[in-house]
Design a protein around this ligand. Structure first.
Ligand SMILES: Cc1ncc(COP(=O)(O)O)c(C=O)c1O
Length: 339
């Protein structure tokens, strides 16, 4: 273990069911481990509607909203965004209003989109081709619209990945270190899906700040390796900019962009085959957008001897996303036919 920094966390609204369970996947280890053990950190069990990694970030973002007198949470993402659904759930739970700026058009309700509507989020539709920078402009416009109505909005960037959201996974590393201690794990590789970079930034910052003996391997689901390495570093730098007590050194990042497949939100048969097999073996369901790609990347790298860590214990971070499977029912059905 390296040096530990004494951390002064910002205020946090307790919303998630924590600590999340941690357990060995013994049959998956036998099937895919190549002599290594695969463990699972069940962040998919952080709450029924709050499920996944987003709620860890939202605990800090919601506290910021409440402490600054905000009455509305506004965020942005894809029509089936897990982060947007979790934000809508947090807002409803705290009695706040919520606006979601979603890429796409009004359509039949399904998956996260259905849940966000049920949770009473006000939805603003924008073009599917809206870029991240354009979303930032939409968020600023929304903040002004709410102000004109006498409301105060907290605008949360895509994925809740900013210098406040990052605290969620800095804190999660403390939890992981307790899991490691309880299970006598001295050196691990932590594997997860990276989509907006915040979980990656938080995990790597947490490893640095808490001195954890862990390599963090981030499997990209959209942009490439250099984008994510830079984005995670940027989140860390933005945090350091207002926290001068934090060490003046970069975080270590290790991104693999080999398993994005046809693109964000689209997955090949191999992903559906792997997630169907894991469900059969361990009773754990992954989604084809995030966790399925990361898990498939992990087991493929293990089988090809290209996994970039020597650790004999691997922790797969299950970051949630179960509702993302329902819009892909026919691809799952085809995988079941093949299996
Ligand atoms: C289920 C799931 N896993 C992983 C991620 C990636 O997390 P991040 O956006 O922090 O990179 C997301 C969101 O983007 C997600 O919804």
């Amino acid at each position: 273990m390296g040096l530990k920094t004494i951390l002064n966390y910002p205020p946090r609204e307790p919303l998630a069911v924590l600590p999340s369970p941690f357990h060995l996947l013994s049959r998956a280890s036998e099937r895919w481990g190549q002599g290594r053990r695969i463990w699972c950190k069940r962040d998919d069990l952080t709450g029924a509607l709050l499920t996944g990694n987003k709620v860890r970030k939202l605990e800090f973002l919601a506290a910021e909203a409440l402490n600054t007198g905000c009455t509305v949470l506004v965020t942005a993402g894809a029509l089936q965004s897990n982060h947007c659904r979790a934000t809508a759930a947090v807002a409803a739970q705290l009695g706040l209003k919520c606006e979601l700026i979603l890429r796409g058009e009004e359509q039949e309700l399904s998956g996260n989109y259905l849940l966000s509507k049920m949770l009473n989020a006000e939805i603003t539709y924008v073009s599917r081709r809206t870029t991240g920078d354009e979303m930032t402009v939409h968020l600023a416009d929304s903040e002004r619209r709410w102000a004109a109505k006498g409301e105060k909005a907290l605008t949360i960037p895509i994925g809740g990945s900013d210098s406040m959201g990052i605290w969620g996974y800095i804190l999660a590393v403390e939890e992981l270190m307790a899991d490691m201690e309880q299970n006598a794990l001295s050196q691990v590789a932590i594997v997860h899906a990276t989509g907006s970079g915040g979980t990656q930034a938080g995990l790597n910052a947490g490893v640095l700040l808490h001195g954890a003996s862990a390599d963090v391997i981030s499997y990209a689901v959209c942009d490439d390796e250099s984008y994510f390495n830079a984005k995670a570093q940027e989140d860390w730098e933005n945090l350091r900019a207002y926290r001068s007590e934090l060490p003046d050194e970069p975080i270590k990042t290790l991104t693999s962009d080999k398993y994005i497949g046809p693109g964000y939100g689209r997955a090949g048969d191999e992903i559906f085959d792997t997630l169907a097999e894991l469900a059969r073996l361990e009773g754990i369901t992954l989604d084809p957008v995030y966790t399925g790609k990361a898990y498939h990347g992990l087991v493929t790298d293990l089988s090809q001897n290209t996994f970039p860590s020597e650790a004999s214990d691997i922790i797969f971070m299950h970051t949630g996303g179960v509702f993302g499977i329902f819009p892909h029912a026919s691809a799952v059905q085809a995988a079941l036919g093949r299996g």
